[in-house]
Design a protein around this ligand. Structure first.
Ligand code: NAD
Length: 269
């Protein structure tokens, strides 16, 4: 994607917080939104990638990006990061709660409590804190759009053996999004949740795979072509297009929606 060819300018004058912005889906979304005029706060805990993206975007449009070094599951740092963003850009309109990890994968009896808690903390608590500390700023704008990244795992797909912590968080995110959509509708804050299938990103770096998977795996033979619509996994840019639509006024009447973006992968599994 060339950062110089802007198709639309849906986000001129808007500010977006994007968590997990240093890589994959978050990074592609930050680029897309910045191309379309948004100021983007890039929340991540991997700083070299995130600061490099900040520089790249600020070259594209002066001062449109702010990299924020933050662990989304750390309450104090998240509160401070949201405050810093609003101070820096003068408000908040869009929140993309996207940071996540695969975490520990293995037989339930072998997962430690800290394995379990780590995945819950990053994927669920991090999302909760992102949304919680953003709400007052969206309310003061009189409207807003929140998008949460869940997954097909835990929602339409359950045959990923050993992925019980991850899938539990991804199911929880859908419930949270729908609860929040209803709670926040009267403030004109929309909340939608996306469920990607396999997307080519760096997410595998965050997988802690057990050596004992054989004990629980039931071999499943998938039909030829795991993503019938495509030649393989989706691209982060495909997801960024969907998130941008949900963030924009083009989706003004859509809230509480759970949207699968998987090239029909989950229809096979
Ligand atoms: P990625 O690893 O490329 O990007 C995730 C980013 O989140 C990384 O930059 C990482 O540093 C950051 N991050 C992780 N923990 C964090 C924390 N505590 N605080 C701040 N930042 C943190 O992966 P991705 O595929 O772009 O993942 C984005 C989201 O998409 C995740 O929620 C993931 O579960 C979801 N997802 C991904 C896929 C896929 O196949 N890639 C499929 C379904 C859902």
């Amino acid at each position: 994607m060339s950062p110089n060819i802007a198709k639309k300018q849906r986000f001129t004058g808007k500010t977006a917080i994007i968590t997990g912005a240093g890589s994959g889906i978050g990074r592609a979304t930050a680029i897309q939104m910045a191309r379309e005029g948004a100021n983007v706060a890039l929340f991540d805990l991997v700083n070299d990638r995130t600061f490099a993206l900040e520089q790249k975007l600020n070259k594209l449009r002066k001062d449109c990006a702010l990299a924020v070094d933050v662990d989304t599951s750390d309450e104090k740092r998240m509160e401070e990061a949201v405050r810093k963003t609003v101070e820096h850009f003068g408000g908040l309109d869009i929140v993309f709660a996207n940071a996540g990890i695969n975490g520990a994968v293995g037989p339930i009896e072998e997962l430690s409590l800290s394995d379990w808690q780590h995945t819950i903390n990053v994927n669920l608590t991090g999302m909760f804190l992102t949304v919680k500390y953003s709400i007052p700023h969206l309310k003061s704008k009189g409207k807003g759009s929140i998008i949460i990244t869940s997954s097909i795992n835990g929602n339409t797909r359950f045959a990923s053996f050993g992925w019980s912590p991850y899938s539990t968080t991804k199911a929880g995110q859908v419930a949270f999004a729908k609860m929040a959509a209803l709670e926040l509708a009267k403030f004109k804050i929309r909340v939608n949740v996306i469920c990607p299938g396999a997307i080519s990103t760096n997410i595998d770096e965050s997988t802690e795979m057990s050596q004992d998977m054989e004990a629980i795996v039931i071999p499943i033979e998938f039909p030829e072509g795991a993503q019938p619509l495509a030649e393989g996994p989706g691209k982060p840019e495909n997801v960024a297009e969907l998130v941008s639509f949900l963030a924009s006024d083009e989706s003004i009447h859509i809230t509480g929606a759970q949207i699968v973006i998987d090239g029909a992968e989950s229809l096979l599994s």
